[in-house]
Design a protein around this ligand. Structure first.
Ligand code: C2E
Ligand code: CA
Ligand code: CA
Length: 626
C-alpha cells in the first residue's frame, strides 16, 4: 500500500543513512577502540563502502517509477545488515567485555536510527535490527555470565526497537493516507472550480437552447475572428435570419416542439459554421445572426444558398412535420465597420424583405435612404409631440340618400419644415418606435375637443377617430377616453372608433374585451379598410360592430369590375343582417356613387363630396347644408 509515497519517504533518508554507515564504519576501523588498524578490518570497511555504494546506486540509478525500487532498497538494507553483523563474528575472539558492550551499543544505536529512518519500509527496519542485534546477542548469551546479561539486554532492546518500528511505520502510513486525502480534496476542488468556471462561461456565452453564441458574446467572438484573419482583402458579411410565423408553430404544436425546431436550426447552423468557419448566434426568440468572412461576393451567395437550403429541410418529430419559412437579410461590408452597425444593416435588409415579400434581401442604398428618413422623422416626431405640432383635418361622411353630412372622419396631419408628411408614413413610424400611444392621446384629445364644439351647434354630428391596435391594447386607453369624455361633456354615441380589419382580427383575443367595454360606454365601433383582411361575419356579429367601411380598392373598380360590384352588394347585405351600417370609402366619381346607392350602401366618404378639410371649413360645410 502507498508504495510510491513510502518510497519517497524512504529515499529522503537514504543518503543520510548511507553516510552514517560510512562514517561509523570508518571511525570503528580507524579508532583505537578495537586495537588499531588491520587488513581484515580494512577489508570489512571496504565491504561496508561497497554496500553503501550499491545502495546509493539503487537510490540514484533506479527510476522512482520502477515498482521494485523499494525492494532493491530492502535488499541493500539486508546486505548492510549482514556486513555489519559480520563485524563482531570476525573480530570478537579478541574482544574485551568493554569492546563487546561498545559493539552492542553501536548496533543498537544504528538499529534505533533505522527503526525510525527506515520505517517507511517496515520489513527493512525490522530486518536490520534483527540481523545486526539479535544474532550477536545470542552469541553473547552463549559466552559467560556477564555477557549473558548484556545479550539479554540487547535482545530486550531489539524487541523494543521492532515495536517502535511498527509504530513509526503505522504513523507514516497514516500520514501518507491523510496527505493523499488532502491532495485528492485539493485536486477535486480544483477540477470542480474548473468545471464550474467552464459552465459559467458557457452560460454566459452560449444560448442554452441552440448551443449557438448568444447576443452578448457574438460581437466579441466576431471581433476575435476578425483579428485572426490575415488574408486581404476580405468581405465581412452579416446575415440576419428571421423565422416566419414562428409563434404559430408554438401555438399549434406546443412550446416543446417549438424548442425542438429552434434546436434543429441551431444544429444546422453549427454544422455550416464548422465547414465554413462562420459564426452563428441566436439573436432573439426566432432570430439568428451569422458572421461570414469570404474573399468574394460569389462565395457569399453560395453560402446564403446553402443556409436557405438547409433551413428549408423539413423538421420531423413523431407525426409532426414542419417546413420552416424565413426571411434572410444580409449586409456585405467591404470596409471595416462596427459590428453592431453591420448587424443593424442586415436586420434592416431582412425587415425590408419581409415588408415587400422578398425571401432574401441584400442591404442597399435604397434601404439606407429609407432608414435615414425614418430616423429623421422619428427624431422630428419626438420634438413635434413635445410641441404638439400635429393638427387634424376632417372629412365628411355623407348619408347616401339624404346627401347630408352624418359624421366626420378625423385625420391627423403633420408638417416637417413646411413639408406635409403622409399619415400612412408617420403613423407606422410612431407604431414602430413606441410613440403611437402619445400621438394617439393627442389625436383623441384634438378630435374630442372638435366634436364638443361641433355638437354645441349640431348635436347629431358624429366624429370617427382612427385608433391603432397598439393604442387599443394599452391599459390606459379606456381610462383616458373616459377622462376626456367627462372633461368635454361628450355625447358618446357621437364617437366612432375606427380600427382596421387586419388589426382587429390579428389581435382579436386582446381587443374584443376593450371593444366590449367601449361599447358599454355608448361609443360606436367601425371596421376600417374592410375587405383587406379576413374577418368572419360571426366575429363582427359577436363584437356588435356598428359600421363597416368598405375599402377604397373595391370602390375604385366598382364601375369596371363586376366582381367588385357584387362583393360590395354582398358585404352590404351581410352587414345589414347583423345590423351594421356600411360606409364606402374613397368615392371620387358620380358613377361610383350611383352603383353604391344601387348596392344599398348607407354612407359614402370621398373626394366626390369633399377632401379632408380644416376645422373651420368643416363648420362652414355644416352651416351651408343646414
Ligand atoms: P384611412 O383611415 O383609410 O383614411 C382614409 C384615407 O383616404 C385618408 O388618407 C383620406 O384622405 C383618403 N381619402 C379619402 N377619400 C379619398 C378619395 O376619394 N380618394 C383618395 N385617393 N383618397 C381618399 P390620409 O388622411 O392620408 O390617411 C391615410 C391613412 O393614415 C388612414 O387611412 C389611416 O389609416 C391613417 N391615419 C390617418 N389619420 C389617422 C389618425 O388620426 N390616427 C391613426 N391611427 N391613423 C390615421
Ligand atoms: Ca379610417
Ligand atoms: Ca380606410
Amino acid at each position: 500500500m502507498y508504495k510510491t509515497e513510502r518510497l519517497k519517504v524512504f529515499s529522503a533518508n537514504l543518503p543520510f543513512l548511507v553516510s552514517v554507515n560510512i562514517g561509523i564504519s570508518t571511525i570503528l576501523v580507524f579508532s583505537g577502540i578495537y586495537d588499531g588498524l588491520s587488513t581484515d578490518k580494512l577489508i570489512w570497511m571496504f565491504c561496508i563502502y561497497g554496500v553503501s555504494a550499491l545502495r546509493l546506486f539503487f537510490h540514484y540509478g533506479i527510476s522512482p517509477n520502477n515498482p521494485h525500487k523499494l525492494d532493491f532498497h530492502f535488499a541493500g538494507v539486508i546486505f548492510a545488515g549482514i556486513v555489519w553483523a559480520s563485524y563482531p563474528y570476525l573480530f570478537h575472539q579478541d574482544f574485551t567485555i568493554k569492546q563487546e558492550m561498545v559493539a552492542l551499543i553501536i548496533f543498537c544505536g544504528m538499529s534505533g536510527g533505522s527503526a525510525s529512518l527506515l520505517s517507511a519500509d517496515l520489513r527493512s527496519s525490522i530486518a536490520f535490527t534483527t540481523i545486526t542485534v539479535i544474532p550477536f546477542c545470542l552469541v553473547l548469551m552463549s559466552m559467560g555470565k556477564d555477557e549473558k546479561a548484556i545479550g539479554l539486554m540487547g535482545i530486550g532492546y531489539a524487541i523494543a526497537l521492532c515495536l517502535s518500528a511498527v509504530r513509526s511505520s503505522t504513523f507514516i502510513i497514516k500520514s501518507i493516507r491523510s496527505q493523499l486525502h488532502v491532495e485528492n480534496l485539493v485536486a477535486n476542488l480544483e477540477s470542480e472550480v474548473q468545471t464550474r468556471t467552464a459552465t459559467i462561461l458557457t452560460l454566459e456565452q452560449r444560448d442554452m437552447l441552440t448551443g449557438l453564441y448568444n447576443r452578448n458574446s457574438f460581437t466579441t467572438k466576431v471581433e476575435l475572428v476578425q483579428d485572426q484573419i490575415d488574408t486581404t482583402p476580405t468581405i465581412d458579411t452579416f446575415i440576419h435570419i428571421n423565422l416566419e410565423a414562428f409563434h404559430i408553430i408554438n401555438d399549434n404544436y406546443g412550446h416543446e416542439f417549438g424548442d425542438l425546431v429552434l434546436t434543429k436550426v441551431g444544429q444546422r447552423l453549427t454544422n455550416i459554421d464548422k465547414y465554413y468557419g462562420s459564426v452563428s448566434a441566436r439573436w432573439g426568440n426566432d432570430e439568428f445572426i451569422i458572421y461570414l468572412s469570404t474573399q468574394s461576393g460569389y462565395a457569399v451567395n453560395e453560402y446564403i444558398d446553402l443556409v436557405k437550403e438547409k433551413l428549408a429541410e423539413p423538421i420531423q418529430h413523431h407525426n409532426i412535420r414542419v417546413t420552416l419559412s424565413f426571411h434572410i437579410g444580409y449586409y456585405e461590408c467591404h470596409q471595416p465597420m462596427h459590428v453592431l452597425k453591420a448587424i443593424k444593416n442586415a436586420q434592416l435588409a431582412m425587415n425590408d424583405g419581409k415588408r415587400n415579400h422578398i425571401r432574401i434581401r441584400a442591404f442597399d442604398q435604397d434601404i439606407q435612404d429609407k432608414y435615414e428618413r425614418k430616423e429623421y422623422l422619428r427624431v422630428e416626431m419626438l420634438k413635434a409631440l413635445d410641441n404638439q405640432d400635429f393638427f387634424m383635418n376632417y372629412q365628411p361622411i355623407v348619408d347616401i340618400r339624404s346627401q347630408r353630412i352624418h359624421a366626420f372622419e378625423a385625420l391627423v396631419r403633420w408638417k416637417v419644415a413646411g413639408e406635409p408628411i403622409a399619415p400612412d408614413e408617420f403613423i407606422s413610424i410612431a407604431e414602430e418606435n413606441g410613440l403611437i400611444t402619445d400621438l394617439g392621446k393627442l389625436i383623441m384629445k384634438m378630435s374630442l375637443v372638435a366634436l364638443n364644439r361641433v355638437n354645441q351647434r349640431y348635436p347629431e354630428i358624429a366624429i370617427s377617430i382612427n385608433v391603432s391596435a397598439i393604442e387599443f391594447e394599452n391599459d390606459e386607453f379606456i381610462d383616458y377616453l373616459d377622462f376626456l369624455i367627462h372633461q368635454y361633456a361628450i355625447i358618446t354615441r357621437n364617437v366612432h372608433l375606427e380600427i382596421t380589419e387586419t388589426a382587429m382580427i390579428s389581435n382579436l383575443g386582446k381587443l374584443s374585451d376593450v371593444i366590449k367595454r367601449v361599447k358599454e360606454m355608448g361609443i360606436m365601433i367601425s371596421v376600417d379598410d374592410f375587405g383587406t383582411g379576413f374577418s368572419s361575419i360571426s366575429v363582427l356579429k359577436n363584437l356588435s360592430v356598428d359600421f363597416i367601411k368598405i375599402d377604397k380598392s373595391y370602390v375604385d373598380d366598382i364601375c369596371t369590375d363586376e366582381k367588385d360590384q357584387s362583393i360590395v352588394s354582398a358585404v352590404t347585405k351581410m352587414a345589414h343582417t347583423i345590423h351594421s351600417k356600411v360606409i364606402a370609402e374613397g368615392v371620387e366619381y358620380a358613377d361610383q356613387l350611383a352603383l353604391l346607392r344601387a348596392s344599398d350602401v348607407d354612407f359614402i366618404q370621398g373626394y366626390l363630396f369633399s377632401k379632408p378639410v380644416t376645422f373651420e371649413t368643416m363648420l362652414t360645410q355644416l352651416a351651408y347644408e343646414r
